[in-house]
Design a protein. Structure first.
Lengths: 314, 217, 573
């Protein structure tokens, strides 16, 4: 029965340490439920049994009972020591990645995840991992604090600017698992989700090679721009159909006259777009917040490609 | 437990106290607790100091050399002297020497002003070379990227301490006016006593600040 | 001290029922309220303010729940939603729950329970209220200027980079901190120095013990919040860089500073509630409290332990592994004194004479809800489980069970318990019971589903969510409407009771033994018309009530001249 309840209230078990976490979860729930039931029954029983009969009721003077006090100090003490030890052991597992783990670099941005694989391939919001192999994530944020959370794996770790934090997991099989950002990071916090695709190791190797080849192809600028639009997470905030998501839509943006929050206005020519990519805070269009991170790490070619792509969105 | 025999006719006694002793004890205890909160208030900055010093020991060594140890040392002597004079003011009140209360209060105020004047010269000489807090920092004499952080901590600690000195001067001017009106005597000198407690703490904090900021070897 | 050596006679002072003169009509006009130094009036002004802010925070909560009806947009955009949840948190924490029990009920009853005429520093007490109001104005100002979207925790570097009114908000919180500190100092000194003759530490009501423990936390923790917010303000205005990784700083340090205050602050919110529950369970069971010293000292133990566990908010923040483990270990030790309290309260009911009046009903609900809050706290303290549950709705549900199921239900219990004493009026018992049941149902319908959502992985502070969670969110939203209805009923019958003429309360409607009930309802201007003397423990229900009404023969607390005397400058002596 406990198993049925757990399946209703917990996500699926998809990593090696998920079962241990769920075991402790169940233990605490059962122990708590028994004690809570005891307290509730005692309250109701006393309320009925010792209901006031008259205003002159006389009650016994019971000030203290050492045996009783010791009992309800020591029993909870034992319980919490069990819980601590259990949680501690599980935590040590979570914090100790095996030395043969496959390493992926993770960069968190407002509001998307970038994953960089050892051969240089980059993906956005989609993490491909070899199923059944330990995977270690080495994570850093480019702006504010984010947190990487995969409920199915019971894995969570804050991602900080200016230093690396790590997390690891080993899936139990193939499957798709949702990623959430769980450290509040602003307007697009709840849209900052992604997917983990655990695929067979051979399939994974093939996928990785294929991606590598794709990235090395000579592409027309606008197509390269379109790829960057997806990879760099532009798509999270800037639509192509005129809808305002978080930032201005790219549709009809090129050569449009932009009204600034400070009252000035500028025409969205190539120079304007370049500045807005590298240093977005310089000119904020009225009605929008200054929340976009700068992309000055992109190469000149990449920036030109994105501008070319924007110019096509008329 | 408080004395239950009310002694009416003492004008300084607030209506809700039973007697002067209870009122004096309460005020003094209140001030002590307030001083605990002050220590914790500065404690936050001391923790920030300790953390950054342990991360960047060489930065703190390099930056401390920019500070004028002589001026800091003079200020330490000045503040210790002012602690002595305010203690003498309390003593004078206990002995009912009205004129001496005023004299020692004036001496304390003057010493506090000397402290601020020296601090002013210290600050302006730093400002002149571009040593300013945070992103206003433009000085190039220290070859360390974290130099603005040291001076931000320096300005916040000494600035907060300076605000406490100014508040102290205000309190003592108030005491001086009330002393001139003859409000304090051997039977009632609670405000003098608790202001002195406050002033000793201001002094004590400086005694910690001076070696931590100026004397890093 | 010298009192022990002096002889004085004591006699019983009968209590005047429905007095013509009392603190409410001792003076009239707006100025007599705004510039009063009477702790009872200051308590009522706090009460009015916090009820106003509870109303504001409650409306914001209803708006949040309504927005979560649909997985995507229901009626507001993401930026508005982020501002609304930030304000809901900040208003409820800083403007409502921290001052709620100590500043409103504590101010009113602490001096009365000690047999004092006022707190030790009445003017400072008034100043606290004004500082609180001033800070509240800053908060309202920042709401009017676009609000704040950082969450009530103001985590850096988001709070130093967002474009919203962070400075005025944090300045408001900074200012209100001083109000909290001054109230704490006032209470500690009052408990130490203003107790009635005969009232030893072992005869203090447990509400006083809990307020005393709370005051210690307020005094020790709040200054650290003040300096943290000051650093944050400096960081925003001057770019100081202490929390900014780009300048060599560390955002995790901010979290350490913040939680060093804000974890003890949780106990500022809940420990006073324990005091109310002790008073009520003993009174309505008409029985000596079981384990007096354990309950009293466990408050202090919780206050002390509370300073050592702040890091359990940061298990996944990137703090060192060693500190994570130590903080987890220490966290469990808060559970022990808390469990002892709950079981002592239940044991008090054994063989009692239980009268299930509204305050007692709320106290029973408190025991149930707060126990759930406590158990889920143990769950969150367990390291490996915490990694999964951290920053999900599980945490949201947990702290609402503690803060709302615990503190707010205890606050409601306290309001209903002391309403006759404060106002001299009785409320409608039937409606009060109906409302309590509505609130209990509404509360559980709102927050139980959030435990399930959180366990399934629904992160908190999410404007939109995946459709899997919609049923649970909608259940929770319906629950919030039931809660709202419950509070409307409470508001209506309490207001009616104020203006109705027929329902005058007696001086001691519950047959309690603590000192505040030995004064008239409402109490006179100086609480008692004599100097009270305490011979018994306030829970000695086996002793006749007349022995609790003793005072010093010949003493006279009437000070009709004092109001005049205070307006004159101090005389030379």
């Amino acid at each position: 029965m406990l198993e049925t309840i757990n399946r209703l209230i917990l996500p699926q078990v998809s990593s090696t340490f998920a079962a241990d976490v769920d075991g402790l979860f169940t233990f605490i729930n059962v122990a708590s439920a028994i004690i809570l039931l005891g307290i509730t029954v005692a309250i109701i029983y006393f309320s009925v049994k010792y209901k006031r009969k008259s205003e002159d009721d006389v009650t016994p003077v019971i000030r203290y009972n050492t045996t009783l006090e010791l009992t309800w100090t020591i029993i909870p003490l034992i319980l919490i020591l069990i819980v601590f030890a259990w949680g501690f052991r599980g935590h040590i597992d979570m914090r100790t990645p095996p030395s043969n783990a496959y390493e992926v670099y993770v960069t968190a941005n407002s509001f998307f995840w970038q994953f960089t694989y050892p051969n240089g391939v980059q993906t956005t919001d989609e993490l491909y991992v070899p199923a059944g192999r330990p995977v270690k994530l080495i994570m850093q944020s480019r702006d504010v604090i984010h947190s990487f959370f995969v409920p199915d794996f019971r894995v969570k770790q804050d991602v900080l600017p200016g230093r690396y934090t790590t997390a690891w997991f080993q899936t139990l099989g193939t499957g798709e698992h949702v990623i959430f950002c769980t450290e509040y990071c602003g307007s697009g916090h709840s849209d900052m989700d992604g997917m983990v695709y655990a695929i067979e190791p051979e399939e994974f190797d093939a996928w990785l090679r294929e991606q590598k080849e794709l990235s090395e192809q000579e592409l027309p600028l606008a197509v390269l721009g379109q790829n960057l639009y997806q990879q760099q997470g532009c798509a999270g905030c800037h639509s192509l159909d005129g809808n305002v998501v978080i930032g201005p839509s790219f549709q009809g943006l090129y050569m449009d006259e932009r009204q600034g929050a400070d009252g000035s206005s500028r025409v969205a020519d190539e120079d304007y777009l370049r500045e807005s990519i590298n240093n977005p805070g310089e000119f904020i269009t009225s009605g929008f917040n200054n929340i976009m991170p700068g992309y000055s790490y992109l190469s000149e070619d990449q920036v030109s490609a994105i501008i070319e792509f924007i110019k096509e969105q008329q | 437990m408080a004395n239950i025999n009310a002694t009416p006719g003492e004008s300084h006694l607030a209506h809700h106290f039973v007697d002067s002793e209870q009122q004096f004890d309460s005020s003094k205890l209140g001030m002590w607790i307030f001083l605990v909160t002050e220590v914790l208030f500065f404690g936050g900055l001391f923790v920030a100091y300790i953390v950054y010093r342990s991360w960047n020991p060489e930065l703190f060594y390099m930056s401390a050399k920019e500070l004028s140890t002589i001026m800091g040392a003079i200020n330490t002597v000045v503040l210790i002297g002012s602690s002595l004079t305010i203690a003498l003011a309390v003593r004078a009140a206990q002995l009912n020497q009205q004129a001496n209360i005023s004299r020692y209060l004036i001496a304390t105020i003057l010493l506090a002003c000397v402290f601020l004047v020296i601090k002013y010269f210290e600050y302006t000489s730093k400002f002149a070379v571009g040593i300013l807090p945070g992103e206003l920092y433009t000085y190039t004499g220290i070859d360390h990227p974290g130099a603005p952080i040291f001076f931000s901590i320096y300005y916040m600690m000494t600035g907060l301490h300076g605000i406490h000195v100014i508040i102290g001067i205000g309190l003592m001017v108030y005491l001086l006016v009330k002393t001139r009106q003859g409000s304090y005597n051997a039977a009632y000198f609670t405000p003098v006593e608790i202001t002195a407690l406050y002033w000793h703490l201001v002094d004590l904090i400086w005694i910690f600040l001076f070696p931590l900021l100026y004397l890093i070897e | 001290m010298s009192a022990a050596t002096k002889d004085f006679k004591i006699r019983e002072f009968p209590v005047e029922e429905n007095p013509k003169e009392h603190y409410l009509n001792a003076a009239s006009g707006l100025k007599s309220w705004l510039f009063t130094v009477d702790h009872k009036r200051i308590g009522l002004m706090y009460l009015a303010s916090i009820i106003f802010f509870f109303f504001v925070g409650g409306l914001l909560a209803l708006a949040l729940r309504l927005e979560l009806w649909e997985p995507a947009r229901t009626f507001m955009d993401a930026d508005t939603y982020n501002r609304v949840f930030t304000l809901h948190g900040a208003v409820m924490v800083f403007l409502f729950i921290i001052p709620s029990i100590p500043a409103a009920l504590g101010n009113f009853f602490l001096p009365m329970m000690l047999g004092a005429k006022d707190v030790a520093f009445p003017k400072l007490n008034l100043l606290s209220f004004w500082i609180y109001s001033f800070g509240a104005l800053f908060t309202l100002y920042s709401i009017a200027h676009g609000g704040v979207d950082t969450g009530w925790t103001f985590y850096t570097p988001y709070s130093t980079s967002t474009g919203t009114a962070v400075i005025s908000m944090t300045l408001g919180v900074f200012i209100m901190g001083f109000s909290s500190i001054l109230t704490g100092i006032n209470f500690i000194v009052t408990v130490h120095k203003m107790r009635a003759p005969g009232q030893t530490w072992g005869k203090l009501p447990l509400f006083i013990w809990s307020l005393y423990a709370t005051a210690i936390i307020q005094v020790l923790a709040t200054p650290v919040l003040a300096i943290t917010l000051l650093l944050l303000i400096m960081e925003r205005t001057l770019g100081v860089g202490i929390f900014d990784p780009a300048l060599g700083g560390d955002p995790v340090l901010y979290q350490h500073f913040f939680w060093f205050y804000s974890h003890p602050a949780v106990y500022i919110m809940i420990v006073p509630a324990f005091g109310i529950i002790s008073e009520i369970i003993s009174t309505f069971s008409k029985k000596t409290i079981f384990g007096y010293w354990l309950i009293a000292l466990s408050s202090l133990a919780i206050a002390f332990t509370g300073f050592l566990v702040w890091g359990h908010h940061m298990f996944v923040s990137g703090q060192s592994e060693l500190s994570t483990i130590i903080f987890s270990f220490l966290t469990f030790f808060v559970g022990i004194p808390t469990g002892i309290k709950i079981l002592n309260w239940v044991a008090t009911m054994y063989k009692g004479s239980i009268d299930m009046k509204t305050p007692m009903l709320y106290a029973m609900m408190f025991l149930f809800l707060f126990s759930i809050g406590g158990f889920t706290g143990i769950m969150l303290g367990a390291l490996s489980v915490n990694v999964h549950l951290h920053d999900t709705y599980y945490v949201v549900a947990h702290f609402h069970y503690v803060m709302m199921g615990g503190t707010v239900f205890a606050f409601l219990a306290g309001i209903h318990y002391w309403w006759p004493k404060m106002t001299g009026k009785m409320y409608n018992e039937l409606w009060a019971k109906i409302a309590s049941v509505v609130l209990f149902i509404g509360f559980n319908v709102t927050f139980l589903p959030q435990f399930v959502m959180g366990s399934q992985g629904m992160p908190r502070r999410y404007y939109s969510y995946i459709e899997q969670f919609q049923t649970l969110h909608q259940t929770s939203t319906v629950g919030s409407w039931v809660l709202g209805l419950g509070f409307i009923i409470v508001g209506i019958y309490l207001t009616i009771s104020l203006f109705s003429k027929a329902n005058k309360a007696s001086s001691n409607p519950w047959g309690a033994r603590a000192l505040e009930w030995m004064s008239s309802s409402p109490p006179p201007h100086h609480n008692f018309n004599h100097t009270p003397v305490v011979l018994h423990n306030p829970y000695d229900f086996h002793k006749p009530i007349s022995e609790f009404r003793l005072g010093i023969d010949g003493s006279d607390n009437h000070h009709e001249h004092t109001e005049v005397a205070q307006t004159q400058p101090a005389e030379k002596s």
